[in-house]
Ligand binder design. Sequence first.
Ligand SMILES: Nc1ncnc2c1ncn2[C@@H]1O[C@H](COP(=O)(O)OP(=O)(O)O)[C@@H](O)[C@H]1O
Ligand SMILES: [Mg+2]
Length: 251
Amino acid sequence: MSKSTRDAEGRAILEARGITKVFGSGDIEIKVLKGVNMQLRAGELTLLMGPSGSGKTTLLSILGCILSPTDGELVINGSSTRGLNAEGLADLRRKQVGFVFQSYNLFPTLTAVENVLLALDVRGSGAENAHAQAEDALKSVGLAHRIHAYPKKLSGGEKQRVAIARALAGSPSVILADEPTAALDSENGAAVMALLSEVGKDPNRAVLAVTHDHRTLSYADRIIVIEDGRIVDSRRNDGAANEGSKSHAVN
Ligand SMILES: Nc1ncnc2c1ncn2[C@@H]1O[C@H](COP(=O)(O)OP(=O)(O)O)[C@@H](O)[C@H]1O
Ligand SMILES: [Mg+2]
């Protein structure tokens, strides 16, 4: 699973600058993010790791324009969030961001292809070739044979692949996944990480996955560690899955 480190670093597709987030007010004010600066680069799968409660989901929600930061700015593919109202933020999200959740979040009454079509509709993609786009997205995650299956007929791994197809439909530049392997056994978890790594190789896309699972480390191009609302480490992963190894592969 080792990845080439010789490639030039991709451009920043998403940049977070001085992001803070405070929940509540007065005596019950909690500062969850304390000035986060980070970049997601084109052609990379970045893993965001950190203890429970460190702010991972809050940060992911802000990076995905679901939640507004208290302070700070995002630049996604050249568009800044500064000064955007809720509608502007939602528009940026629809155009630029695809989400994958731990619990898949598929509509049980819709087939795989209908779940993907719904996402395309929400993005405002033209209906003309929407069906072909949805089928292509499912084919790209290896589910050509399950296009018309309902979620209850799919395994956990297959459901997560539908969710990834749904996130990919409409070709957003950023894919954000919150603990995408947490509900999967190790075999399906590995397949989902391999798929996210593949998806992240697109030179026009960046992928970020929150994970607790150290078995996912070997898939990462970059690892960012958050603790208590602050980024405490951010480094390129040179493909060494063995813990503690600081050696940098040259070839
Ligand atoms: N909507 C909210 N209102 C108040 N506190 C929140 C809210 N969302 C998250 N928090 C708090 O922010 C902290 C970080 O939560 P979260 O981002 O979910 O962390 P993680 O995903 O790393 O476990 C936790 O202490 C959590 O209780
Ligand atoms: Mg979380």
